[in-house]
Design a protein around this ligand. Structure first.
Ligand SMILES: [Zn+2]
Length: 72
């Protein structure tokens, strides 16, 4: 996967260059605070987030891993 990739943007209704961002997110679940890096794919045309199933899965795994690291 390169840095620039084209994905379909529903706002632009066209294939658009995408940039990947990583944002640290801190959450609190059952009194356990944990931080994980949330990835997102953003359209460079309108700056809206584009849903990518693989990235969604990665975020879920990163979130779970961060939670379990802090619980143990
Ligand atoms: Zn767009």
């Amino acid at each position: 996967m390169g840095n620039v990739e084209q994905l379909f943007c529903e706002i632009c209704r066209d294939f658009s260059d995408v940039k990947y961002t990583i944002t640290p997110i801190t959450e609190m679940v059952k009194n356990v605070s944990f931080t994980y890096n949330k990835k997102a794919a953003k359209c460079t045309g309108c700056d809206s987030e584009i849903f990518v199933p693989e990235i969604h899965d990665e975020n879920l795994e990163a979130r779970l891993a961060a939670y379990h690291t802090n619980v143990l």
